[in-house]
Design a protein around this ligand. Structure first.
Ligand SMILES: [Cu+2]
Length: 139
């Protein structure tokens, strides 16, 4: 084999090895590197509706998430995502934010964490306990 052939083989082996190393996470699973993204999501609690809009949000693991929380009601709400250690108050007629890094993967339920009452919405009773949603963190 000529020196050039050996050199080419060495370069190819190093390149492929580096690629495999880059695509392999610590737990041994193969995944594509993705730089963490800054993700901004607005969640609204519309006036006298006892719900969050949207009630389903999806981000990617390691995203730096900022939730902008808009409470249109004349009374406080809160938002809690227990498994992520998040629980923040949404004061009446105000906009607030909460930020976190989505380190875990899975589906995390969120709910209103301030007893906020109940009322009739389009002929149906809605209450504090209907203020639910889910955050999906995809790998
Ligand atoms: Cu509530």
């Amino acid at each position: 084999m000529s020196k050039n052939t050996i050199l080419i083989i060495v370069v190819v082996v190093m390149f492929v090895g580096g690629l495999i190393f880059k695509l392999t996470s610590k737990d041994g699973s193969i995944k594509i590197d993705r730089a963490p993204q800054k993700v901004a999501i607005t969640i609204v609690s519309p006036k006298n509706q006892w719900k969050f809009i949207p009630d389903k949000i999806t981000v990617k693991q390691y995203d730096e998430v900022t939730l902008t929380l808009v409470n249109e009601d004349e009374y406080d709400h809160g938002i809690a995502i227990d498994l992520l250690g998040i629980n923040t108050r949404m004061p009446r007629t105000s906009t607030s934010t909460v930020s976190f890094t989505a380190t875990k993967t899975g589906t995390f339920n969120f709910y209103c964490s301030v007893a906020c009452g109940e009322g009739m919405v389009d002929g149906k009773k809605r209450t504090h306990y209907d203020m639910l949603g889910s955050l999906i963190i995809e790998p």
